[in-house]
Design a protein around this ligand. Sequence first.
Ligand code: NDP
Length: 341
Amino acid sequence: TKVLLTGGSGFIAAHILEQLIAKGHSVITTVRSEDKAAPIRAAYPDQTSSGDLRIEIVPDIAQPDAFDEVVKIPGIEVVLHTASPFHFKFKDPQKELIDPAVIGTTSILKAITLHAPTVRRVVITSSFAAIIDESKLTDPSTVFSETSWNPVTQADIHSSPATAYRASKKLAERAAWDFISSEKPNFDLVTINPPMVFGPVAHHLSNGLQGINTSNERLVSLIQGGWRDGVPSTGQAFLWVDVRDVATAHVRAGLELPGAGGKRLFTTAGEFSNAWMVDIVRRNFPELKEKLPGPEVKGGELPDKRPRFDNKKTVEVLGIEWIPFETSVVDTVRSLLAHGA
Ligand code: NDP
């Protein structure tokens, strides 16, 4: 199958690309610059020379015509749109988060509708950020599921960096479903809605640990000694999933499960806490002892009052058995150490 994967330089996309190539699919991936293309080409020399992997430069996904040319490559059947900013280092949330998230999404859907009649399915990487409701975070009677929608609006984007990121994902996903219902294109849509994603970093993404993706930053901090004097709060969104499972979800939903069309897939393996993470690293990496908080250092426990979640429908659709937290943490730490942590 011929697949277009946007944001090929990303943490999650690298695993999607690896799985697609392992299954023998033909992949076109977009990146922002030649700098980002070179390590991907170097990681897949055979596929690059056979033409089974093609890397296209799309410099700015916030341009309404960003994807007009790339979707014209003949024969694309499936589009996996992962490119979207995930960081909290912005000054202007509208320009740096909302525009690339929302315009990136609508521009690719429009471009496919106009120029790529062979596309039958589009999978968009949304997020638990589009599901969560910040006003319910201490409410044990709330159950987040595939049908939950974050009530955040455009008017909230200046309240905090986390809220701005969540708004970017909610508004982008909402725009995608609205596009499907108003335009009735020839393709259908699936969204993948993962919470915090942990997991090993593809080797070719290494440029030291400076460029580490946002969700793995806490593990870098832990193994570099940042938590010795206190384990930070787990945060408001204490659900997680392994990156390899997120990649599997994209590949299955895009290429292997016709019945997934029209669904939101809430890909989570369940709850985690920073305290639990510390315990796993302590037991599995005795050589890191000096860097880790001692057993007397408290913090990072799950709060007693917290919402619940239900993703039974997603598990049924995907037929997936989630990678356990301990395996994910151990594999992530090994990969970070290999990248120089
Ligand atoms: P990364 O930061 O590693 O990947 C983000 C990708 O999007 C990169 O390829 C990046 O390109 C590209 N991108 C970001 N901003 C722009 C822009 N303005 N124009 C063009 N491309 C851009 O993060 P992840 O792999 O974690 O994120 C991938 C997707 O998964 C995103 O949609 C994110 O919202 C979503 N997600 C991630 C979660 C997580 O915990 N990691 C949880 C839930 C959802 P470049 O490499 O050039 O920066």
